[in-house]
Design a binder for this molecule. Structure first.
Ligand SMILES: [Zn+2]
Length: 415
């Protein structure tokens, strides 16, 4: 059964539903291209994380807003109309809560609203430095003292944006390494009682598996399954290194798996067993994650293309219509926006070189496997035009704000 609104074709224009990127850390946009040289310290995921912490240490609310706004502007110009912001930087630079505890969360919500795209603010709990580890000074801005603090923030955000049709709120535990299991289950129970999606990073890096076994006696997804955390509203981000049992557990629960192939490639995370997950019953959505690069079409086709590389066959996991469904219906579901699917539209220029001359019988194949964000001509969110003639309607303001933030952070600009 296809639930994705059909692609419409007329007069050299194609209209597709707006896409969701269900996992984003917008502030990491400022790291793009700054961690790639061999001479940088980012030789592994863990040392890359050190550079990311260095940025976190300095970001002000003004910077957070400006970087997020520019990141979201680029998303919109790529055909993305909804973002799930996995938000875990909560406190001031000394680790103290802001007078308004949700100041940074509200800053990224404002960035999305000023860009004109929908946002799910995924309020993320972060409670310790790692498996059986105290919080490190570089993690103080993330740190939640208790589950009650997290829930208070979620309640505050829910109330503040209850009347805003462009904003939803969800709950996350950062990971099994950063949140003790009893707190993960408390948060998961709260999310389920309030019908909110519950997100978690799971099994991104192999190192986490050994450390998780040491603390819990088994690997992360099994820990979560045994604790009753997996459900149809659970969104497991990455899910890269899973055992056969864990794949079955995610599938049985009909949970969502959010693949972030551009970032996962960038960080050397490994290849997920996508087709096995789908066969087991998991549902796939996608995320831009670190904003290492942004191309919403590449993010969805990579789900299939990377699985082809892993299995050394063609047609390995999902076809074009199914990939589009991952980016639209399932992505919106992960963001608690299922009722908005189909309200947001992306018009592509059929004369763009990336899709020009397409065979009308294979339109979705052409779009999913060939399109470049350059083909995005008009983007409409909730009836409002946010991208016109290929450019965001407030591009210059977002761009200048971003450059100012980079300058404040001492990040050089060369052009
Ligand atoms: Zn992430």
């Amino acid at each position: 059964m296809s639930i994705v609104p059909e692609i419409q074709y007329s007069d050299d224009c194609l209209t597709i539903p707006g896409m969701a990127t269900a996992h984003s850390h917008a502030f990491q946009r400022a790291l793009r291209g700054r961690t790639q040289k061999r001479s940088t310290a980012a030789g592994s995921f863990w040392s890359w994380r050190g550079l990311m912490y260095d940025l976190v240490r300095r970001v002000t609310p003004q910077d957070m807003y400006a970087i997020a706004r520019f990141a979201y502007t680029e998303l919109a110009m790529s055909g993305v109309t909804a973002v799930g912001e996995f938000h875990y930087v909560h406190h001031d630079r000394d680790g103290q809560a802001y007078a308004e505890r949700t100041e940074l969360a509200e800053g990224v919500i404002r960035a999305a609203r000023d860009t004109g795209i929908r946002i799910c603010l995924i309020r993320t709990a972060y409670m310790r430095g790692g498996f059986q580890k105290e919080i490190e000074p570089s993690q103080l801005r993330f740190c939640d003292e208790s589950v009650a603090h997290v829930i208070n923030d979620v309640e505050k955000l829910k109330t503040a944006y209850a009347a805003d049709p462009f904003v939803t709120v969800a709950v996350a535990a950062h990971s099994i390494r950063a949140v003790p299991l009893p707190s993960v289950t408390d948060l998961s129970t709260y999310a389920s009682e309030n019908s909110l999606p519950f997100h978690m990073h799971v099994c991104e890096q192999r190192r986490e598996l050994a450390e998780c076994i040491e603390e819990h006696g088994t690997t992360p997804v099994s820990v979560l399954a045994d604790a009753g955390v997996l459900s149809p509203s659970f969104v497991g981000v990455h899910a890269t290194h899973l055992s056969t049992d864990e794949i079955a557990q995610i599938g049985r629960a009909q949970s969502l798996v959010c693949l972030c192939r551009t970032t996962e490639r960038d960080l050397g995370d490994g290849l997920p067993q996508t087709s096995d997950l789908i066969l087991a019953g998991a549902r796939i959505c996608v995320g831009v994650d670190s904003h290492a690069a942004e191309n919403a079409f590449e993010e969805i086709r990579a789900v299939e293309l990377d699985e082809r590389s892993r299995r050394e066959i063609r047609h390995a996991a999902l076809d074009a219509d199914e990939l589009l469904e991952a980016a639209t219906r399932t992505g919106y579901e992960a963001c608690g926006m299922l009722s908005n699917v189909g309200e947001d539209l992306v018009v592509l220029d059929g004369r763009d070189p990336s899709i020009a001359g397409m065979d009308h019988r294979h339109v979705s194949d052409c779009v999913v496997f060939g399109a470049s964000p350059r083909a995005v001509k008009t983007v409409t969110v909730g009836g409002r035009i946010v991208v016109d003639s290929g450019i965001h309607v407030a591009y210059q303001e977002a761009y200048e704000g971003y450059l100012s933030a980079l300058a404040r952070l001492g990040l050089n600009k060369v052009m």
